[in-house]
Design a protein. Structure first.
Length: 151
């Protein structure tokens, strides 16, 4: 008796898609630390680079570029920051409204007088890597224009 040979065609299965990382699995299990910095008398760029490094967690022994350390950074007295050189009158910030001819330009000096915390936030934003973690890191940054109120 001849046996019939049957063959089954199997489809190649694709590898499962990787799960997109969420805030819950990016945070570590360590307790949330609170770091307070005083910006009085410090230049804008120096305090911004220090904050960007702390937000990434570069000072930790457990640094990983794909993880956000669970700590909050509070900066006080941004009105007392120093703008060095001629940046106050030469540095321009641009914003496009989306309309034709809708480019808005402002000097650093006017933005600093209006809201010094926004200038520092923009500087830190520019120093962080342009990836999905940047917005999440900036949520851990708290900026006060004057001394922090005592609770």
């Amino acid at each position: 008796m001849a046996q019939a040979i049957t063959t089954t065609i199997t489809k190649k299965r694709r590898a499962p898609k990787k799960k997109v990382a969420t805030v819950k699995n990016l945070r570590t299990a360590e307790p949330i630390a609170l770091i307070t910095l005083d910006a009085t008398g410090q230049s804008l760029g120096r305090i911004a680079s220090e904050v960007a490094s702390l937000l990434r967690g570069k000072d930790l022994a457990t640094f990983a570029p794909n993880k956000i350390p669970s700590r909050t950074i509070v900066i006080t007295n941004t009105d007392a920051m120093v703008l060095t050189g001629t940046k106050a009158v030469t540095k321009l910030y641009h914003h496009y409204t989306g309309y034709p001819g809708g480019i808005r330009t402002a000097l650093l000096k006017t933005l600093f007088e209006k809201d010094s915390s926004d200038v520092l936030r923009r500087a830190v934003y520019g120093m962080l890597a342009p990836n999905k973690l940047r917005k999440l890191m900036l949520k851990q940054l708290i900026i006060h224009k004057s001394a922090m109120p005592i609770a």
